[in-house]
Design a protein. Sequence first.
Length: 427
Amino acid sequence: MHVGRHQFKKGDFMLTLVRDITAGMYIFTVFLLLLILSGSALANPRYSSIVIDADTGAVLHESSADASRYPASLTKMMTLYMLFEAMEQRKMTVDTRMPVSTHAARMPQTNIGLRAGDSISVREAIPALIVRSANDVAAVVAEALGKTETNFGRMMTDKARKLGMRSTTFRNASGLPNNEQKTTARDMVVLSTRLMKDFPKYYHYFSTQSFSYKGITYNSHNRMVRNTAGVDGLKTGFIRASGFNVATSARRGNRRVVAVVMGGNTAATRDQHMAQLIDRSFDHGRHATQVAKNNRNVSSNVAVAKANAPTPALKPYPEQQKVPEPIVEHYVFPPVASAQMVQPQKVALQTNGDWAVQVGSYHEPDRARAHAQAVARWIPGEIAVSEVEISNRRLYRARLVGLQEDQARSACQSLTRQGIGCLVVRS
């Protein structure tokens, strides 16, 4: 009898323990869900972004656009602005050679290995700043224009104020860490726009993908130019304090948008988010234009109200939604087959092309293949589903492969016009 009571108590204890564990797991799950839903509780504190229409200046999207941030190598856009201005004022030409000081030669990576006593031409310096984001070259330009980099920082700040960048302070020409060197996404989009409008004949430099110096070829960090339809510049940046930054401009048809994303946790998620912002911004512009056309015979007040209808909710930035099972590269697509979809003209496939259109990544290979098959009805290419591992998670990428570069870009532009997300990549 005593043993029986002991067994009963032991069993009762185990039952209570199981119930307590279950209740604890339930409470933890509810708490986790509340954190996810709250958004701000787990938001990336470094993140900010803005997109504007380059022609009208209208803000198409913004999030924490006036929050203080570290510019990192976006700083070099102002260094280049000052250099372009000096060229416009005929204080320098592309053949002007600038001396390399000991200070400049000691600049840490990234650099192109300049040595004290060397010199570098303006023609060489421009791609070095844009493609390599060379800190030693930034210091050379600073000293050529401002005698010292400290003085050049003051000159940059003064220029920022004249351009309307009220929240920006520069302390160096490179963007290397300095607690006093701050900016905002809004100020960076102002600088990006002014670079294009004030120096149109130099803007093409920002699409440069590689350059060679003393026998070494350097490739650009800016993959947006290669992988996103319509993108033709500007600059990336990273220091630990800032996260991954990028300023981008894109033209599709007769419209151009300029966008800035700051504080990405990785270059890949930053680029993916920027591509989404650009796509949504162009889609919103087409929607507004179409609504205006459809309402020509309606009173102007009604037409304007409809044309200014809010953009559909934007998918949160990957670092802002921390979920238990993140899909690192998953895209959210509208249905591919739709009665409203205009069929793009299918182009004859040239075989052996080494370019592809990536249309999404999924946890299940069947979903990836199904989506690729659906998209294949609209663009050329052979279906390919590849397995990759990202952040210890297995994903399946859906691609249409075997394309020439011009075919891939044309196909992705066509899909984008239908509201379908895509990336142009090398197979």
